[in-house]
Design a protein around this ligand. Sequence first.
Ligand code: ZN
Length: 439
Amino acid sequence: MSSAHLSLTLLFVAVPALVCAQTHLDHPMSTKTLSPGEVHRSALVIDTHADTPQRFVDEHFDLGDPLQGGQLNLESARKGNLGAEFFSIWVDPAQYKGQYAGRTLELIDSVKQQVARHRDKLEFVATPAGIELAHRERKMAVLMGIEGGHSIENSIPLLRQYYALGVRYMTLTWTNSNGWADSSGDIDDASVPHTKEGLTEFGKDVVYEMNRLGMMVDISHVSDRTFYRTLNISRAPVIASHSSARALCDAPRNMSDDMLRAVARYGGPNSKGGVVQVNFYSGFLSQAYRDAAKALEPEMNKAVQALKDQALAEGKPIPYDEIEKLQRQFGERIPRPPLSVLIDHIDHIAKVAGVDHVGIGSDFDGISGQLPEGIDSAADLPKITEALMARGYSAEDCRKILGGNLLRVFREVQQVAKELQAENRPRISEKQPFDKIQK
Ligand SMILES: [Zn+2]
């Protein structure tokens, strides 16, 4: 939630009454049914992936600005009743080779600068309780997740410092394998070195240390083998911060039904299981869209390469904003899939893994605006609740999907961390930072 808005003020008072009404829904005398709008406003909506920090740094975009082609700002967050956003700290591995940590820190700083500029509407938090407190104060909770394990530069001490700065999840890889974990993005590329079993010994240490710190282990983007290896060794439930279902759209980065079930089952002996947060990118939702995009790919890649070559010839930096514009133009040539495809993925994961194991990870500002019809920004999030209720999802289920499930997993991850810290095993610190991984 992003501001002390009148309707929210009313909601704040009205919530107990709504919850009460919900409890008595089955009572024959009860006529009170919550509207989708009321259900959405009563939910603590948590989105686990937005790439807006690239805009903060590269475009000097401010969350108070109009959207200007993006999908997330203060106004859209308020309209969409967005209660918490995990901003993605993503470092382009090609562009920032040799400077991963530096770029990571700049992106982290950019998120904190936004909070500093909008203290009345944003609250930087790093715990589940912090999310809830910010929500009660009618501010949007701001969190961070690192996208791509290359950001730690093979250093557990760096990982620990990112945690200290507030980073609360990390995808083990982005589309690039990093030497200790493999990515679905290059797993079939024989020229890229891969691990034998999905994670090296160092990779296992990273997962253990994330468990010990209380940083959520995010398996979005990893190869299937890395996924299963991670689940086997993680002491806490895992999340997929922005991944959809492979059964409905055959992208290597989407999750098979078996993987969906595994996320729900794993996490330790007393775990309630992890959560898969559905990615809104049309190319991960709709097979038709994906096929059409694939057909355009050769032509698009050629145009992108031409831009890069030109910059190189002129001794200028690669114009990523122009490349993004170009990709957007290509995307616009393909008809947008209907909103129902997004709901299909949520529905599918709820049926396969369980309604306690699905949520939303929009990928706003990271997918060149290629979103299903009707979803143009965070302001359109209520349409998801409306569509879920039209399919028979209860108010309670909607609240779980919109954020409750993620909050449960986050809580469990932090609880596991407390237990591991009490074990006081110095295993990781003994090995680091002097033992570098084999390259
Ligand atoms: Zn991603």
